[in-house]
Design a protein around this ligand. Structure first.
Ligand code: SIN
Length: 482
């Protein structure tokens, strides 16, 4: 295990080389499952961010001129390297983030898939050539890279949230600076080394870990030559970043918070609904913006659904993510666990009932047991705030209109899940839901080949799918006289 950590570069990455931070300071990265320190990482300063911008700006023109096929092949090699090293990448992720090895392996596959997908998209950047309606001219429409980008990634998916920004940026011909989350910088630093090995030219990618996001973000967004920000994180921070991009009118992609409803209709296949609920709730320990945050179940099946979901969650094995058979790891931090404790206490104070056994965790690590709450009153905070933990609050509804009214009782609009055997209802409800995505009889929508993103306070812009590369391309129109 020490060997694995030893092999990870721990400095600032820029222009193809590794550097101490400008003031030679470092910060510690911890294991949330043991509360032990894993290692120290360079604490990036404003000067490091500025130097990374210079490298990205210097590399931009030649990178944009690099043939799309070549850019695609670098991504394809990176996909292969990630696939070959999946076990090590997963173990490293589990150590710094806590999720079980099974979850980490799934994330490595998901993350690598963004590289494979965008290796295929790099050569499909299209345009148009049309005669002018009035004659005497032609309209040529082409797409060009937006230019150097800032990519700010969260701790919950330390690799996949990076690759789904880096993949399309590379495919489109943009250079970039990545600011990884302070809590999980190791996976991203490792990825930078892997991309260099795959042949990514110097200057195309910079990675600046830091204990202060603003120390990196302010100088980068303050530089007019940086033309885009892609951010995954909280709505609160997203709002501030959009404001910060206003003076330089930088383009933004915002993948923000969620409050996903999970709707179970009376005609649902209950086996499928419970399986879907376990996935939608427990993937990544519930620490995901697409995690089902609240379950609205038709009153005729609520008791049965609650009983079965309780049994499934009670059977999950909790423990350090690296241990065999563990399905539920710790939460990322003590603050995150405290927030879950607080939301559950608020719900039970208002009358909700805990139906799971409430297994307790003795010892180190920020663990919280999988928990089902029944009879949750509509005033409970847990129905309105993103819990980011393994808690499933259940309420009931009487008909489709009420289900939709409950689903829409939120400022967020990332994803919703719908379980019904009635295809008409699935399509009807799916289309009426005010969300960017909906899972119809599935608890998992995440897929590199599909456009991931939300509406309302969940943000804008799409990652993945054919749409993902457009976030990194500007449309250029050439008027041709003939
Ligand atoms: C997120 O939680 O931010 C994204 C999850 C996913 O891509 O599945």
């Amino acid at each position: 295990m020490n060997d694995l950590i030893d092999r990870v570069p721990k400095q600032v990455f820029r222009n193809g080389s590794w550097w101490d931070s400008a003031d030679a300071t470092t910060f510690g990265v911890h294991d949330p499952g043991s509360e032990e320190w894993l290692c120290e990482v360079a604490d990036g300063q404003a000067a490091d961010a500025e130097a990374a911008v210079e490298a990205a700006v210097a590399a931009q023109d030649s990178w944009a001129a690099t043939p799309p096929r070549e850019r695609g092949e670098i991504l394809r090699r990176a996909w292969q390297l990630m696939t070959d090293r999946a076990d090590d990448l997963a173990r490293l992720m589990t150590l710094e983030m806590g999720k079980s090895l099974t979850e980490s392996r799934a994330e490595v596959t998901y993350a690598a898939e963004f590289f494979r997908w965008f290796s295929e998209e790099a050569v499909r950047i299209d345009g148009r050539y049309t005669p002018s309606p009035a004659g005497g001219g032609r309209t040529i429409v082409t797409k060009q890279p937006v230019g150097p980008c800032l990519l700010v990634t969260p701790w919950n998916f330390p690799l996949a949230m990076g690759t789904r920004k880096i993949g399309p940026a590379i495919a489109a011909g943009c250079t970039m600076i990545v600011k990884p989350a302070q809590l999980t910088p190791l996976s991203m630093l490792n990825l930078a080394a892997l991309l260099a090995e795959a042949g990514l030219p110097d200057g195309v990618l910079g990675v600046v870990p830091s204990t202060s996001a603003s120390r990196v973000v302010d100088p980068v967004l303050g530089d007019f030559r940086v033309r885009k920000l892609s951010f995954t994180g909280s709505t609160e921070v997203g709002r501030k970043l959009v404001e910060q991009c206003a003076p330089n009118l930088q383009r933004t992609s915002m993948e923000l918070g969620g409050n996903a409803p999970f709707l179970v209709f009376p005609d649902a296949d209950l086996d499928a609904a419970v399986r879907g609920a376990v996935t939608a709730k427990m993937r990544n320990n519930g620490e995901s913006c697409v995690a089902a945050n609240r379950f609205h179940v038709h009153e005729s099946v609520a008791e049965e659904f609650t009983r079965r979901l309780t049994a499934e969650l009670d059977a999950l094995k909790m423990g350090h993510g690296t241990e065999d058979g563990v399905q539920v790891g710790p939460l990322i931090s003590i603050e995150q666990r405290d927030k879950v404790v607080e939301l559950v206490a608020d719900a039970t104070d208002r009358g909700a009932k805990v139906t799971t056994s409430g297994q307790q965790w003795e010892g180190k690590g920020f663990f919280y047991p999988p928990t089902v709450l029944a009879d949750v009153p509509s005033s409970a905070r847990i129905l309105h705030e993103e819990v980011f933990g393994p808690v499933a609050p259940i309420t009931t509804f009487a008909d489709e209109d009420e289900a939709l009214r409950l689903a829409h009782d939120t400022e967020f609009g990332l994803v919703a899940y719908v379980f019904t055997r009635d295809l008409d209802r699935a399509i009807r409800v799916g289309e009426r839901l005010r969300t960017g995505m909906a899972g119809l009889n599935t608890g998992l929508v995440s897929n590199a080949a599909a456009p991931f993103g939300g509406v309302k306070s969940s943000g804008f812009g799409r990652e993945g799918g054919a749409e993902g590369i457009d976030e990194y391309l500007d449309v250029k129109y050439l008027a041709l006289a003939v």
